[in-house]
Ligand binder design. Structure first.
Ligand SMILES: [Zn+2]
Length: 156
């Protein structure tokens, strides 16, 4: 719990990694990497790593996966060894996060916001009043060629 509280301080106060590492050193606390690994283990989430450019212009996935140079700034995809990416993007997959949120009653209630939102067609107060969302409210979900009997956002 001490590690979690300590790491929460970093997140809540927006401390940089550099500042946090100094605090770890001063307080003889575990290293930032050790704390992050421990919290990752406790969370049960496994991040997925994608190659990323040095300037973070693109994530080398999908159509960019085979590129050796950034299509925006022409920087190299890999370091001089030709196989180590310049940088990584750590992504927490959405499905496990949604499962965890649905399993938590407090978050599950918050996630029902969309279904409880009172729409005002004359005033855009959030994304659910946008024209695309309003169109989806009246559109059946279609997977491939099959049209399902539900429309978007029909399940609260
Ligand atoms: Zn770039």
């Amino acid at each position: 719990m001490e590690l979690i509280h300590f790491y929460a301080l970093k997140i809540d106060e927006g401390l940089t990694d550099r500042a946090f590492k100094k605090i770890c050193y001063i307080t003889s606390m575990n290293s930032l990497k050790t704390i992050q690994k421990h919290i990752q283990f406790l969370s049960g989430f496994q991040p997925v790593c994608y190659d990323c450019g040095c300037s973070s212009c693109v994530c080398y996935t999908g159509p960019y996966e085979i590129l050796t140079k950034c299509p925006k700034c022409a920087s190299d995809h890999y370091k001089t060894d030709g196989k180590t990416p310049c940088s990584y993007l750590e992504y927490l997959p959405i499905i496990p996060r949604l499962r965890a949120m649905v399993a938590n009653s407090s978050y599950a209630r918050k996630m029902q916001y969309c279904s409880k939102h009172i729409r005002n067609p004359r005033k855009i107060t959030n994304i659910f009043n946008g024209t695309h969302c309003l169109l989806l409210w009246e559109t059946c979900v279609k997977i491939g060629d099959e049209e399902l009997p539900e429309w978007f956002f029909s399940d609260p």
